[in-house]
Design a protein around this ligand. Sequence first.
Ligand code: FES
Length: 159
Amino acid sequence: MIPETLMEKPKGGLTRRRFLGKAALGCAAGAGGLAGIAALRSIAPALTRTKKVFSVGRLHDFPVNTFTLLPKHKVFILRDHEGVRAVSAICTHLGCVLKRVEDEFRCPCHGSRFDDSGQVISGPAPSALPWFKVDLAPDGRIRVHTNQRTTSQDKLRLF
Ligand code: FES
């Protein structure tokens, strides 16, 4: 006698063999989907490329001794008596936009804190904030190059 679990069910019913076949097909489709997502992620920077070099305004737009957050570009512009610098406003933990609170940068998401030079005061942020090259565009506007890293001491010297 054939056990009931091995017997084919009538057409339209789900036998063990059909179920396993469909499960295998589902797994293959899932794996293919994950591979597709991985492939898309690898080319996503090209598809979602944000401007790496952009003008942020003129010198008089940035008061001396201030950090100005530019939400559109997610950078802070620091203007002091000597010149202008730019630091990322993106938390190195999970990418939240930082706020300037008292004399430091603070992440509203999980509480990371960074000092004026972008160094981590307290985590969970794993690394310091990157600084970007700043120069003057031909039209006299301040231009930030987020594709060119620099140090917290390197600035566009104005005087
Ligand atoms: S995203 Fe900033 S601490 Fe988590």
